[in-house]
Design a protein around this ligand. Structure first.
Ligand code: PLP
Length: 366
């Protein structure tokens, strides 16, 4: 059987080594003779796993001591609401930067919960008409006198293929949705008040969310909310207020170990840069493929492109699939193609894709 490379945006992409280890341990984890799924989350064995996962993530991201790490239920969207409910009590107001589908969805959820008076939005995208290029322009917030509890943004727009690489400076605490680029490159955690991520791109299976939260944010006035989404309660219970998604937590812990064994975030950043460069070079050197994002905002994780001969798209997807290059169809809202090349995608997967793209173009040039 030929190797299959899965370019799906989610859920979920896990390194082959982690999957093989999980398969081996499925019925007998940690020598206990049972699956990790069947072990109590309050057992000493599982608590050891949880502690190790916390330590490993702290080490991988250099998370300062005044931050808590939570392993919660509900993926990315649960955090859209949790952020609002934990920080916008007693007439609080927040600023949302919108740069694509997911930051827009986060802003919409905030407005749904606290009404338009509690949320200001700024569209930070710029669209040049000819040639069509999408880019990001972050305003200077120092000229603004507003009192916001936090500024929310999404550094990597999974659907649109746009990434914000610049560090944002803000007079207000910064909350970032890093669902699709957490652990993909080195960042300075101390610039953020809260980082959250649905686990299913670079960490583990869907349903789990990781929240990295600075101490002082726990003191902000809250709205009435479900206890399982209350950050203070989750901190106090070590993310075990209710039964946590233990199998997803176990896999996340294994992914952290895998990352550490493979050179940590510095090394994965190098790989990710290389993969993105290979793919964008292939697109830019062709007459058949086009990407409409400004070079400085091209995502390293989700590479979007269209075919100049739109009628060839179905054929492109079909032939790619026959070569083991699967799930290249773009998101239903934007069309075209999307190659998601998260941490678990090896460089040789992208090499196989670019080889196919060159051959496909050659065979379709008159
Ligand atoms: N934010 C981003 C950037 C995403 O890519 C996604 C999902 O792909 C979400 C939020 C929503 O995550 P979930 O489907 O886990 O709620």
């Amino acid at each position: 059987m030929t190797d299959v490379y899965n370019f799906c945006a989610g859920p979920a992409m896990l390194p082959a080594q982690v999957m093989k280890k999980a398969q081996k341990e499925l019925l007998n984890w940690d020598g206990l003779g049972t699956s990790v799924m069947e072990v109590s989350h309050r057992s000493s064995e599982f608590k050891k796993l949880a502690k190790q996962a916390d330590q490993d993530l702290r080490e991988l991201m250099s998370i300062p001591d005044n931050y808590h790490v939570l392993f919660m239920h509900g993926g990315g969207r649960a955090q859209f609401a949790a952020v609002v409910n934990n920080f916008l009590g007693s007439n609080g107001k927040a600023l949302y930067l919108t740069s694509g589908q997911w930051s827009q969805a986060a802003a919409e959820e905030a407005i749904r919960l606290v009404g338009p008076k509690g949320v200001d939005t700024i569209d930070v995208t710029k669209n040049e008409v000819e040639p069509v290029v999408k880019s990001i322009s972050i305003p200077d917030f120092n000229n603004m006198n507003d009192e916001y509890r936090y500024l929310h943004f999404c550094p990597n727009e999974t659907v649109d293929g746009i990434e914000i690489f610049d560090d944002i400076s803000s007079p207000w605490p910064i909350v970032a949705d890093m669902s699709s680029n957490i652990l993909s490159r080195q960042i300075d955690v101390s610039r953020y008040a809260v980082i959250y991520a649905g686990a299913q791109k670079n960490i583990g299976p869907s349903g789990l969310s990781i929240v990295i939260i600075r101490n002082d944010m726990l003191k902000l006035p809250k709205l009435p909310q479900a206890s399982i989404f209350n950050y203070q309660m989750q901190v106090e219970s070590g993310s075990m207020y209710n039964t946590p998604p233990t199998f997803a937590w176990y896999l996340a812990a294994e992914v952290f170990k895998w990352l550490k064994q493979n050179g940590g975030v510095a090394q994965i950043e190098e790989n990710n840069y290389k993969k993105a460069e290979l793919l964008y070079d292939c697109i830019d050197n062709s007459n058949l493929y086009v990407n409409d994002v400004a070079i400085e905002n091209r995502s390293w994780m989700n590479v979007t492109f269209k075919l100049t001969k739109g009628t060839l798209e179905t054929e492109f997807i079909e032939q790619a699939k026959n070569k083991g290059l699967v799930a290249l169809k773009g998101h239903r809202l934007v069309g075209g193609m999307r190659a998601s090349i998260y941490n678990a995608m090896p460089v040789k997967g992208v090499q196989a894709l670019t080889k196919f793209m060159v051959e496909f173009e050659e065979s379709n040039t008159n």
